[in-house]
Design a protein around this ligand. Structure first.
Ligand code: ADP
Length: 319
């Protein structure tokens, strides 16, 4: 292998830059040339590809987002788009590719591998929705961003004796709401994995008020509804002062946490090491803080286990 490519695809996540930096620097350390592919699979189709040297990744380890840009590229899913991408890969003499993204991006990586281009996936998404790995790149930073917001909202809501609904990202996976709820002392956590009825929500809030709680926090994953509709549903049932905060894209940005910088650096270097050694069609993950690799098809088949223990703990600890 003489030349590899690296791209970021799907939603951006803090720590992607640390991973890009590690891919580039590790590969150069092994005398391999690295090409940066811009805006995910779109860059492959449009031949928007640039040579990366040591200084091209200088001063990025602390930055959120991705210096390569990212996109959702429907054209890559079509035969015509995919073939254009293959032509450009061959034209640029790219021997293997590292894809940093989520499960959709891994589907693309799988197809490239099947077409004879060794490809390695690095899990990059704030949602932590890839079942085969304990943590995805960006999740830890997003969690800390949410916690910071919860702390700020707590200050003001206890002064005003309010209940707050905080809506966070997570369409199918409630990890951001669950773990920020546990770490932030939320009274109620509403996530796709554990549907909850309105009576239980209202009883929990009322019980807290009766005990003299000055405020309460309801964490809501976007996949479980809308903060303002939930507010209406609760206030239709009983008289309570509720405010809504929809955190939105603030969760995707920001300087990556120490954890995500370390994870990105380790995943990036391991990805480059494996690719340079001829391995392809695998994704990287962590278990007990050790990095492992797994066949892409196997990894994508694994279903996410719900952390029932953490969910129950939020209820017990917010009594
Ligand atoms: P994520 O990687 O964060 O899950 P998406 O699901 O939006 O994000 O996927 C990112 C990109 O990966 C898509 O825009 C597309 O270019 C590519 N992709 C997704 N699914 C497939 C697929 N089945 N085949 C080929 N490419 C795909």
């Amino acid at each position: 292998m003489r030349r590899i490519g690296v791209l970021t695809s799907g939603g951006d996540a803090p720590g992607m830059n640390a991973a890009i930096r590690a891919v580039v620097r590790y590969a150069i350390y092994r005398n391999i040339e690295v090409l940066g592919i811009k805006k995910g699979y779109k860059g492959l189709i449009e031949n928007d590809i640039k040579h990366m040297d040591l200084s091209s990744v200088a001063d990025i380890i602390h930055r959120g987002g991705t210096i390569l840009g990212t996109d959702r590229c429907e054209e890559f899913k079509t035969e015509e788009g995919f073939n254009k991408a293959l032509d450009n890969i061959r034209y640029r003499d790219i021997d293997g590719i590292i894809v940093i993204g989520g499960d959709g991006s891994f589907q693309g990586a799988r197809k490239l591998s099947l077409a004879g281009i060794p490809t390695i996936g690095i899990p990059g998404t704030i949602d932590n929705d890839l079942a085969y790995t304990e943590y995805t790149l960006g999740f830890n930073t997003a969690l800390n961003t949410i916690l910071d917001s919860i702390s700020k909202i707590r200050d003001t809501s206890s002064s005003h004796e309010r209940t707050n609904i905080i809506e966070v990202m997570g369409r199918n996976c409630g990890d951001l709401a669950l773990y920020s709820g546990l770490a932030g002392g939320a009274e109620v956590v509403i996530i796709p994995e554990a549907p909850i009825d309105m009576d239980t929500i209202c009883e929990t809030i009322m019980r807290g008020k009766a005990r003299g709680k000055k405020h309460s926090i309801i964490m809501l994953a976007e996949g479980s509804g809308n903060a303002y509709e939930l507010k209406d549903a609760i206030t239709n049932k009983f008289d309570v002062n509720i405010r809504c905060t929809v955190l939105g894209y603030i969760q995707r940005g920001g300087t990556p946490s120490a954890y995500d910088r370390l994870l990105g650096s380790r995943l990036g270097a391991k990805g480059a090491e494996l690719l340079v050694g001829g391995t392809g069609n695998v994704v990287l993950g962590t278990k007990d803080n050790v990095i492992f690799n797994m066949d892409i098809d196997e990894a994508l088949k694994i279903e996410k286990q719900f952390d029932y223990e953490a969910y129950e703990l939020t209820k017990i600890l917010s009594m």
